[in-house]
Design a protein around this ligand. Structure first.
Ligand code: PLP
Length: 421
């Protein structure tokens, strides 16, 4: 089935009412048929709904539909993109372990990995996303995750997914790809060897800046990588917190199962049914929107590249861009999503441009249908020091644009007047 058809139909069977739109099951809990039924659900003898912190029919459809777009086996929806990332890491790593991460990450992921995980006893080690030799040197027997973004925010690099996942596979380590900016429409990391993907659904999935949410997806047959793998004993040995369940023997996608039974249960960062419903609406038009976002971004990038005030444009759809070959290899039809950045002379010059634009809203978000302009050094990346900023490719004159769905001609005209104001 084509991805656009899946986005409209997967996971939803109409009930006797024939409702065309997926219903919102706005409920906290579910009545059991009898005491035995309740007991069977808790012991996993039967699968069903228990309590919305564990599962919910509307969220279930969102999870199944998103997993099918990504080409995965199962998914867990979370209350935000950050909680999806935390779940993906916490499901594998514990105190004393380390994770190996690309330097070019979303600012929130950098602070999570460097500062918050450190307080949990998990060390983050960083490699340049284009230096896979450096990546391999960081691995040891305590490495549990290799984490990177397929299309990085805000440095706009395209990872060589196959090179990185080959190293992860060689060492039997789980690779986790944040595929937020590319979306499953443009890039499918599982086809290139990745094990788990995470997304901020707050971006292109909703598409109109309507809600915060996240999702973690696991590939098919991940059980084989986890089975008997000494790095992941907690998937292979009885879980004392769930009546001795051995996740790899449960005949269900094990990474999602453990995330649901342990992390959703104990951390509770789950998605509300209403937000699941919003994301289901967003998915219906995701592939159409991604095409238009990509077209607009390419047109704006080409204009910016020709402007004398612009020192550098970062957009992998430009032939001049060092990521062009990776983009052609990993992205559907070479379409590169709506995110681009460009560099002007200084912090002050960047501020002047932000203030002069009329169509671009100064907002710290991406993936909205309305265009957005951001100055990462003073906002999303403010918590990073000079060295950290330089390391993740965010100079002080960098401006990030999330190209919306306005007409490309209007976006270019407004940017021109702002540059020349
Ligand atoms: N990953 C990427 C690439 C992001 O851009 C963001 C947010 O901007 C996140 C994760 C975090 O997502 P959320 O804001 O939904 O927690």
């Amino acid at each position: 089935m084509d991805i656009q058809t899946k986005a409209l139909h997967v996971g939803y069977e109409k009930g006797s009412e024939g409702a065309m739109a997926v219903p919102i099951y706005q409920t906290t809990a579910y009545e059991f048929k009898d005491a035995q039924h309740a007991s069977n659900l808790f012991s996993l003898k039967e699968l069903g709904y228990i309590y919305t912190r564990l599962n919910n029919p509307t969220t279930d459809i969102f999870e199944k539909r998103f997993a099918s777009l990504e080409g995965g086996a199962a998914a867990i929806a979370t209350s935000s993109g950050m909680s999806a990332i935390f779940f993906a890491i916490a499901n594998a790593a514990e105190a004393g372990d380390n994770i190996v991460c690309a330097k070019q990450l979303y600012g929130g992921s950098l602070t999570l990995n460097t500062h918050t995980l450190k307080r949990f006893g998990i060390e983050a080690r960083y490699f340049d996303v284009h230096d896979t030799a450096a990546l391999e040197k960081l691995i040891d027997e305590k490495t549990k995750i290799i984490f990177f973004e397929s299309l990085t925010n805000p440095s706009i690099d395209v990872a060589d997914i196959e090179a990185i996942t080959a190293i992860a596979n060689k060492h039997g380590i789980l690779s986790v790809v944040d595929n937020t900016v590319a979306t499953p429409i443009l890039c499918r990391p599982f086809e290139h060897g990745a094990d788990i993907t995470v997304h901020s659904a707050s971006k292109y999935t909703t598409g109109q800046g309507l809600a915060i949410g996240g999702i973690m997806v696991e590939r098919e047959e991940l059980v084989e990588k986890l089975r008997s793998n000494p790095r992941y004993e907690h998937f292979n040995k009885p879980d004392a917190s769930y009546h001795g369940l051995v996740y790899v023997d449960a005949n269900l996608p094990p990474y999602s199962l453990r995330a649901r039974l342990s992390l959703c249960r104990d951390l509770g960062a789950v998605l509300s049914p209403f937000n699941s419903w919003l994301f289901i609406q967003g998915m219906e038009t995701l592939s159409l929107r991604m095409r238009e976002h990509s077209k607009n971004a390419l047109a704006l990038a080409e204009f910016l590249e020709s402007h004398p005030k612009v020192k550098k444009v970062n957009y992998p759809g430009l032939k001049s861009n060092s990521n062009y070959a990776n983009a052609q290899k990993y992205f559907q039809d070479g379409a590169c999503s709506g995110l681009l950045s460009f560099e002007v002379a200084s912090f002050e010059e960047a501020a002047k441009i932000l203030n002069a634009t009329k169509l671009y809203s100064i907002v710290v978000n991406i993936g909205d249908s309305k265009s957005i302009i951001t100055h990462p050094a003073s906002t999303t990346h403010q918590q990073l020091n000079e060295q950290e900023l330089a390391a993740c490719g965010v100079p002080s004159g960098l401006i990030r644009i999330s190209c919306g769905l306005e007409s490309a001609a209007d976006l270019i005209a407004d940017m021109k007047q702002a540059l020349e104001a």
